[in-house]
Every structure is written in structure tokens, then in C-alpha cells.
Design a protein around this ligand. Sequence first.
Ligand SMILES: [Cu+2]
Length: 134
Amino acid sequence: MSMIRFFRSAPAMVRPTFALAVLAGLCSCTPPSRPPPEEGVIDVDIRNIAFIPKEVTIKVGERVRWTNLESLPILHTSTSGAPGAEDGIWDSGLLSPGESFTTEPFPEVGEFVYFCVTHRMRPSMVNAKVIVEP
Ligand SMILES: [Cu+2]
């Protein structure tokens, strides 16, 4: 049987189904999800090359957890300070999609700016803020 004849005789549904199967094999299209909530841990999502929310308010003694929720293979960091002026308070290192980083409990009141090392040119990923209230 020739290939031409094979395609002609195949039911109309075969080809789209085949295309879907190929796509499924090429990407793991299930987007990553956040880890379960934790007492005293405030979540910041990272998706679409942005910190969400970009400014978060917590209480003294609470921690902040960032999770990379990109559905594409995009690496991010949460790094305290500003590009070229990292202050060393925290640094997640590179987070792949599905990975999280949690700070230590913030010991005192204050405002802390942070950014993403790999997207230091993106306004959505610099000058993000953790505000710690009593
Ligand atoms: Cu980033």
C-alpha cells in the first residue's frame, strides 16, 4: 500500500489526533503549581516574567516564598537589593519552573527591595518589594 493511499483512506480524525500527540510529546504542557500553603509563609508567584504581587506586606517573623510558575523553561531569581547593588540579605539562586525559594523569618520591621538577576532589564522584575510590618 502506498503512503498516498494510506492517507486517503484514513479517517478525517486521524491527522489532528496525531498532531496533538506530537505536541504532547514535545512539551510538558502542564503548568507548574505552587506548593501547599504554609503557616507564616507568604507566597509571591513568578509568572509571565513578573513578580505577582510585586509588592507584598508581611508581619515580623513571617517568611516569603517565591515559586517559579512559568509554563515555559524560563529561569528566575529573587535577589535582595538592586541590580549591581545586591545587599546579600537573600538570594534564591536560579529557580526553574516548579521550584520555590523561602526566606528565613524576617526579624524586624523594614522595607526590602529585590529583583531577578536574569531579568534585571525588565521593569516587572526589578524594584519589587517586601514590606515588613509589626
Ligand atoms: Cu526573571
